[in-house]
Design a protein around this ligand. Structure first.
Ligand code: NDP
Length: 399
């Protein structure tokens, strides 16, 4: 399917339009002419109904959904007089995903993005996928649903967009390794004692990328990179043993593909999510003006170092999860999301998050639920819920 920019108005929905990726997608559409260039089908958000209503007044979608029923009344009041349908709740999100579109952005944060994603993929659209959690928890189901309907999955995570671009026209049997880069986060050189005292406010300040709070904290623990290892495995079918992570503090190189002849290709750009968002929006074309250009001479040097898996055990955990197979990804993601909730609520410390997630995954490793069918949404949901309960028990026991 072409980008459709020149061939009439593409039908577009944005799930999670009020978040960091969602806002940048809305801005990209507005720069390209908004409702005059595109037919906006649905916008969805969560609690930020003021922003959602502002976006709706400009982009004029058919449908606006807040994920939370308690926010619906406010959203309706804010959109009074607008010719738009307002809905709320998780069922309404899935119904919104059932409305026919050519292209959709999946930028809901967390496991909550899975069900709208599956519905979008069933209808056979092009799905720009920022929501990595659905791939970690349900990678086999997501990719099988896309294959069945002929949907195109375009990764929006910057590293995975980079890999997607690097792999174009490269036969799979020539790929030896894929290396994801990590900035190392704000505490790259912190001692274990300093790490133990990190607050949510400190953890949310990412050194190179401007992102939402939850993904920024996940970057500080390297959980984000751990999710990305699993995401790369699910998206590109690369075995866990061929996936590498290197710390690269400048965040200029996003991914590197190594080939069987020892040569490597790298993807470089400024740290700006608009690159991956607009690549997915225009794909298979590449349109300008795009990003601010990199000044390599001004940069001077690019540095690389091995990640410290003792201080940041999340990467080791990701490999263990891939080795476990089955529904271990759903357990890992559910436990990780619950650990982050507990950290944000000041119930556990920064370093306790990885210990609690590891203990939760280990406690579930022999559990029959983990051997459930990875193509069964109910089995995935059950493991996600169980992992959250077990994580809560770990937190209670540690307090
Ligand atoms: P944000 O937290 O900034 O935004 C998340 C969006 O999801 C908001 O629209 C939010 O609504 C909505 N939302 C929150 N909870 C729910 C729920 N339970 N059900 C439905 N919608 C909900 O996240 P980001 O934009 O940072 O990240 C979105 C996804 O993209 C994540 O999976 C992340 O890992 C991935 N990603 C993000 C990058 C970035 O630069 N931010 C980079 C690469 C990947 P509201 O705000 O109105 O409450």
């Amino acid at each position: 399917m072409g980008s459709g920019l020149k061939s009439g108005r593409r039908r577009i929905s944005i799930f999670g339009s009020t978040g960091s990726v969602g806002r940048q997608t809305v801005e990209a559409l507005n720069r390209l002419g908004g409702h005059e260039s595109f037919e906006i089908v649905a916008l969805t958000g969560g609690r930020n109904v003021e922003r959602l209503a502002r976006q709706a007044r400009v982009l004029r979608p058919q449908l606006v959904v807040t994920a939370f029923d308690e926010c619906r009344e406010d959203l309706e009041a804010l959109l009074a007089g607008c010719p738009v349908t307002v809905a709320s709740g998780s069922t309404a999100l899935v119904e919104a995903a059932d409305r026919k579109v050519d292209w959709a952005m999946s930028a809901i944060i967390g496991f909550a993005g899975l069900y709208p994603n599956l519905q979008l993929l069933r209808q056979g659209c092009t799905l720009a996928l920022a929501n990595k959690e659905s791939l970690v928890a349900a990678g086999k189901l997501v990719t099988a649903t896309a294959s069945k309907s002929g949907s195109t999955l375009l990764p929006v995570d910057s590293e995975h967009s980079a890999i997607f671009q690097l792999l174009l026209n490269q036969p799979r049997n020539t790929i030896e390794t894929i290396t994801l880069t990590a900035s190392g986060g704000p505490f790259k050189d912190a001692s274990p004692e300093e790490l133990a005292r990190v607050t949510p406010e400190q953890a949310a300040r990412h050194p190179t990328w401007n992102m939402g709070t939850r993904i920024s904290i996940d970057s500080a623990t390297l959980f984000n990179k751990a999710l990305e290892i699993i995401e790369a495995h699910e998206l590109f079918g690369i075995p866990a043993g061929d996936l590498r992570v290197v710390v690269h503090p400048q965040s200029v190189i996003h991914a590197i593909v190594g080939f069987v002849d020892g040569q490597m290709l790298a993807h470089l750009s400024t740290t700006d999510m608009r690159g991956a968002i607009e690549y997915a929006l225009h794909w298979p074309e590449r349109l300008g003006p795009g990003l601010e250009r990199l000044d390599l001479a001004a940069l001077g040097a690019l540095e690389f170092e091995a990640p410290d898996e003792d201080r940041f055990p999340a990467l080791r955990l990701a490999r263990e999860v891939l080795d476990l197979g089955g529904l271990a990804g759903a357990a890992f993601n559910g436990a990780k999301e619950a650990a982050l909730d507990a950290f944000l609520a000041d119930e556990i410390g920064f370093t306790c998050m990885s210990h609690a997630v590891e203990a939760t995954v280990n406690s579930l490793a022999g559990n029959s639920e983990l051997g459930g069918d990875p193509l069964d949404p109910a089995a995935i949901h059950a493991v996600d819920s169980l992992a959250r309960v077990r994580l809560g028990e770990q937190v209670a026991a540690s307090g």
